[in-house]
Design a protein around this ligand. Structure first.
Ligand code: PMP
Length: 443
């Protein structure tokens, strides 16, 4: 049974009513202070709302400056100043804001093909298809790859867009335990045989769907083992890299780069531009044959507005920088800074005695709160000390695995992270969240 969501329910109205109804807590206690997408200290909330991207979780009416540890702006490209913003400003004067059409009608600009070529090259695949929304990239692509008679095997913590897309396809769905390769193999064996001889598969095709980096767990997919299974069982592999592209790997190219695996080993590499690239939309990278097919059957691409020129420019400029083509070395610097920040924050929190989930290279750092009553308290105490965090609990996690989820960015300075450590340490003492430091290090 697929989970209804991998955690985003935590920020929906269900969450409000769950807590207010059941625990009689003030809604604003469940959320962080309003913060802008720009990590680091924000200045004046209202001023920024009018001229900058802004993501607020719950606006309580108070203006406050805070260190933002809740944004997916991993590489700091979402800033309103810098090379991306300049390039985007210029493109508005040439192309305007909208493409005013779908890809199959008059909405295809030269910028679309230029960006698709760059994305395919970046991901090491033959071809790429851009879709205006990350969520829709998954939810409307999967039906083009699997249908009634197909088998989809899905990690139990896959994102809601993958779950939705899988259900929409009409394929038979089996779920395996999160990132558990043994369980995956047993599900595969069981599903493939299904009472039939191995050579006579009952399935039209088999699609295994996983994520590169799980944003609620901070866990990186066990890709080498999965690629080995793929050779043995001959399924197609779909990896959602929303949180891993631009965030892990020495060249920022996601999980294949991280493990040194040839991207050709993965059939479909999907990702979004809403995190590391500070833009919007998503992509599918695959062979030319698959992409040509998806161009005709992906409903968001066929029936929906194509990607806006300014979004394309933001993607192009940030990717160009990560690839080092601007000749400044700034992209590589951002990658190194993010990697250093992730390790620095994660390892120091572990040393302090907190229980931290996930991989040591993950820029998403979940800190376990366990008791659901500590969710609002943690958020409130951090907020009092000018730290904005996302807190997550049931139904997005099990009731005893409530957590705070920190996202580090290349834009955080060491001073920011030291400030974070001192605040979290203080709050951890108040709420009794630390184990003895020795036990935590052993974990
Ligand atoms: N896939 C994953 C794994 C995600 O976490 C998200 C959202 N954060 C999406 C897809 C949807 O992307 P977007 O927010 O760009 O629509």
């Amino acid at each position: 049974h697929l989970m209804p969501s991998n955690g985003y329910a935590a920020l929906t109205s269900d969450w409000d009513s769950f807590w207010t109804r059941n625990l009689k807590m003030r809604i604003e206690d469940c959320f962080s202070v309003p913060t802008t997408l720009v990590p680091g200290r924000t200045i004046n909330m209202l001023e920024r709302v009018t001229k900058d991207y802004c993501r607020t979780f719950q606006f309580t009416g108070r203006l406050k400056e805070a260190v933002n540890l809740s944004s997916y702006n991993y590489l700091g490209f979402a800033q309103s100043t810098g090379p991306c913003a300049d390039a985007v400003e210029e493109i508005v004067h040439t192309y305007g804001l909208s493409s005013c059409g779908t890809r199959l009608e008059a909405g295809s600009l030269d910028l679309h093909s230029k960006t698709e070529e760059l994305v395919a090259e970046f991901m090491g695949k033959e071809s790429a298809l851009l879709v205006s929304m990350g969520y829709a990239t998954n939810s409307t692509t999967i039906a083009g790859l699997a249908s009634k008679g197909s088998l989809i095997i899905s990690d139990e913590l896959n994102h809601n867009s993958l779950v939705f897309g899988s259900r929409l396809s009409g394929a038979f769905i089996r779920v395996f335990k999160h990132n558990d390769v043994k369980d995956l193999e047993s599900v595969l064996r069981d599903a493939i045989s299904q009472g039939q001889p191995r050579t006579h598969r009952p399935w039209k095709n088999i699609l295994l769907i996983v994520e590169g980096l799980y944003s609620m767990e901070g866990s990186i997919v066990k890709l080498p083992e999965i690629v080995a299974l793929k050779k043995k069982y001959k399924f197609n592999l779909y990896v959602d890299e929303a949180h891993s592209v631009g965030a892990i790997g020495p060249r920022g190219r996601g999980v294949c780069d991280y493990y040194g695996i040839d991207p050709k080993e993965v059939d479909i590499l999907m990702g979004t531009f809403t995190k590391s690239f500070g833009a919007a939309g998503g992509y599918i990278c695959a062979s030319k044959e698959i992409i040509d097919h998806l161009r005709l059957v992906n409903h968001s691409s066929v029936y929906g507005e194509s990607m806006s020129p300014i979004v394309l420019q933001q993607i192009y400029t940030s990717m160009w920088s990560i690839m080092g083509r601007d000749g400044t070395g700034a992209g590589q610097e951002r990658l190194s800074r993010l990697a250093w920040n992730a390790r620095y924050l994660g390892s120091n929190l572990r040393k302090m005695g907190f229980i931290i989930y996930g991989d040591r290279d993950s820029p998403v750092i979940p800190l376990l709160l366990f008791n659901p009553a500590k969710i609002p308290a943690f958020s409130r105490e951090c907020r009092k000390r000018d730290l904005a965090v996302v807190v997550v609990g049931f139904p997005a996690t099990s009731i005893v695995a409530s957590r705070a989820r920190f996202c580090v960015s290349a834009s955080h300075t060491k001073e920011d992270l030291d400030f974070v450590l001192s605040v979290v340490s203080e709050v951890g003492d108040i709420l009794g969240l630390k184990m003895s430091s020795r036990r935590a290090l052993e974990m």
